[in-house]
Design a binder for this molecule. Structure first.
Ligand code: FAD
Length: 289
């Protein structure tokens, strides 16, 4: 397979304050030069407000550096409110969304209670978005199963519901063992799912932060990853290098197994994403002319 067949996308999160906007836009420019299918911007997660998501996405879209996908989460909101956001997206020219349930008031790892007048699950949100406009819709999926799922079949049934409701592709939660993704891909195919599943590759170089998120979302952190970070001590450059090497190794193995699309959770570290893409043979300015 030629390297140029690889399709990539990147996730950014909105800045915590107005002063941080310039940095995020600079990161987006670096990422745009790598020719992604889209750059997605998270919604409401990690302490960021919905308004900032809108602001940053508008700024990115205006720069037209790369197609932008807006995440939208439906937990804790009435259906009308979510529909209004979707209509605003469409009229602002946004054609791609990443449709998520979100985690509600309890946060990640808390107990989820659907809003009485809202979309209860992501599959409901996908159906709602489809009824509003012809969005390109990505959804989340979980190779190690979602923490609330009763097992792999439950997870796959839910993924199928999201595709049946009109999703175009699924992006996985991060994982570190390539076999975890490959087994999931096979299980999805065996249960009749024939839509694209893109592996989500984590670029978090802070091991404490990484361990915390992994614990909350049920992602296994193997010994080799722990050991690689422990060997770095407190040195940031070494941790960055370890992050690049771990991500490159996951992507290379998956590429050998025929995977042609990758989504990077950049944690706004565009230099790490660029280094991994360089290792995969995606160098230089790949933007469409
Ligand atoms: P769902 O697909 O609705 O599934 C959630 C759980 O409910 C699963 O266990 C499922 O099995 C179960 N379920 C589904 N339908 C039913 C039903 N009818 N009855 C009973 N149980 C059911 N969060 C944010 O807040 N903002 C973001 O920007 C964001 N971006 C993300 C991007 C990606 C690629 C991923 C993978 C996750 C992202 N998240 C984000 C996190 C996400 O919101 C959480 O993982 C959330 O817990 C689940 O969202 P979901 O869309 O997968 O939910």
């Amino acid at each position: 397979m030629s390297m140029s067949q690889l399709a990539i996308s990147f996730e950014l999160f909105p800045p915590k304050n107005v002063d941080g906007a310039g940095k995020v836009i600079d990161a987006a420019k670096t990422l745009a030069a790598l020719g992604p299918e889209f750059i997605s911007v998270t919604y409401g997660a990690g302490g960021s407000s919905r308004e900032r998501t809108l602001d940053i996405v508008s700024a990115l879209a205006e720069g037209a550096e790369a197609p932008v996908a807006r995440h939208i989460a439906c937990a804790d909101a009435a259906r009308e409110e979510v529909d209004a956001v979707l209509r605003n997206y469409w009229s602002a020219g946004v054609r791609r969304i990443v449709a998520l349930r979100g985690d509600g008031a309890g946060g990640m790892g808390g107990v989820y209670h659907p809003h009485p007048g809202g979309y209860a699950y992501a599959s409901d949100l996908v159906a709602g978005a489809r009824a509003i406009a012809d969005f390109d819709i990505s959804v989340g999926c979980y190779p190690e199963t979602h923490p609330e799922a009763r097992g792999l079949q439950d997870e796959l049934d839910n993924l199928k519901r999201k595709f049946d409701a009109g999703a175009n592709r699924a992006i996985t939660q991060f994982f570190f063992e390539p076999d975890i993704f490959l087994r999931y891909r096979d299980a999805a195919a065996a249960s009749g799912i024939d839509m694209p599943i893109t592996p989500g590759i984590m670029l978090q170089s802070n091991f404490d932060g990484l361990s915390r998120i992994a614990r909350l979302c049920g992602a296994f952190v193997p010994f080799n990853v722990r050991r690689a970070f422990e060997a770095c001590g407190g040195e940031k450059a070494a941790r960055d290098q370890a992050t690049i090497e771990i991500a490159t190794s996951i992507c290379s193995r998956l590429k050998d197994e025929g995977v042609e699309t990758f989504h990077f959770y950049t944690m706004n570290r565009s230099s790490l994403a660029a280094a991994v893409c360089g290792n995969l043979g995606l160098n230089g300015d790949r933007r469409a002319a």
